[in-house]
Design a protein around this ligand. Structure first.
Ligand SMILES: Nc1nc2c(ncn2[C@@H]2O[C@H](COP(=O)(O)OP(=O)(O)OP(=O)(O)O)[C@@H](O)[C@H]2O)c(=O)[nH]1
Ligand SMILES: [Mg+2]
Length: 324
């Protein structure tokens, strides 16, 4: 395989110098189970931990991509280097940005301080839960001050992706997956910053009021209250298409980061993220082992032993896992 010949050290050095092609190449390597995956992961270790990871999620059409673009513009105005990972857990397509997003992100396409990448479920053995953190590491090592992970929808996969972030921004909009529904789905609890986008539309103020009301009702578990007591989830209104209110969202995101750094929560969240990642990688290895075992003589023999009553299926499974 050609990829075995990749000079990883050189690629990492070029990425750290901000070369977009090298960054893109490294992300391709980590998302495709390349044979040099381990080398890349190890080479990134000394260069990560600096970037604030911001998860941006919300129902389809709420304005995530438009908001991401507006956030990028606001962060660039502060001369920060920004990475964007657009993650679609339901799509098999990866690599280039999706067409609509590409149009929306066009104003940043030629900005050397912005790296944009879309990722999908295909490829990595450990799935997105393993591939996304690796891509984050690449962007972190490339000197990004902030990395925005934009995920579509509010399903389980999005929860998982949101759990990778230091700060999770939940976007809602009037008429679209209203606040009450969001609360029922439990997604309000993942939000560190709540944004009511499409504030130019009827119902935005009402939605913001509903959200505030729900907040006042609490609904957090005791455990979460310890955190909630220190960080009050702000609600901000935006018109992403004009950029109105976006500066306030950037301020809330940066306040949250300061709060994370000032408490033990940043370390806690990053450890949780690493644990999810390790589990995903381990699970990927187990799956790969099982795939190798599937047609093997060892499995056939174990199955024969179970049928003949020489062993039980649990012991046989242990044996197979050790052999695989
Ligand atoms: N009126 C109004 N329209 C907006 C606003 N923000 C985004 N839109 C429009 O809403 C539509 C969807 O915006 P996107 O940014 O693509 O939304 P998204 O959440 O990324 O959509 P998916 O990726 O398909 O889930 C587009 O037509 C935007 O122009 C806003 O603040 N006000
Ligand atoms: Mg989008």
């Amino acid at each position: 395989m050609v990829e075995r010949n990749v000079d990883v050290a050189e690629l990492v050095a070029r990425a750290r110098a901000g070369e977009a092609r090298a960054v893109g190449r490294l992300i391709s390597l980590v998302e495709s189970d390349s044979p040099v995956l381990r080398t890349v992961a190890a080479a990134l270790v000394p260069h990560v931990g600096r970037a604030q990871v911001v998860g941006l999620t919300g129902p389809p059409g709420v304005g995530k991509s438009t908001s991401t673009s507006a956030l990028v513009a606001a962060l660039r105005a502060q001369h920060l280097r920004v990475g964007v990972l657009a993650v679609d857990p339901s799509s098999p397509f990866s690599g280039g940005a999706l067409l609509g997003d590409r149009v929306r992100m066009q104003e940043h396409a030629t900005d050397s301080g912005v790296f944009i990448r879309s990722m999908a479920s295909r490829g990595h053995l450990g799935g997105l839960s393993a591939a996304v953190p690796q891509a984050l590491r690449v962007l972190d090592a490339a000197g990004c001050d902030a990395v925005i992970i934009e995920t579509v929808g509010v399903g389980q996969a999005e929860f998982e992706i949101a759990s990778l972030a230091d700060t999770t921004v939940l976007l809602l909009a009037p008429g679209l997956g209203d606040g009450i529904q969001a609360a029922k789905a439990g997604i309000l609890e993942i939000a560190d910053v709540l944004v009511v986008n499409k504030a130019d539309r009827d119902g935005a103020d009402q939605l913001a009021r509903d959200l505030r009301h729900m907040q006042s009702l609490g609904g957090h578990s005791v455990e979460e209250n310890a955190v909630a007591a220190a960080w009050r989830v702000p609600i901000r209104k935006t018109i992403a298409t004009t950029g109105e209110g976006v500066a306030e969202v950037v301020a809330a995101i940066s306040d949250h980061y300061a709060w994370l750094q000032g408490s033990a929560e940043l370390a806690t969240r990053r450890q949780r993220r690493a644990a999810v990642e390790i589990e995903a990688i381990a699970l990927g290895h187990v799956r790969a082992r099982l795939a190798r075992v599937h047609d093997s003589a060892a499995l056939a023999a174990a199955a024969a032993d179970v049928v003949a009553g020489r062993t039980d299926p649990y012991s046989a499974a242990d044996t197979i896992l050790q052999a695989g």
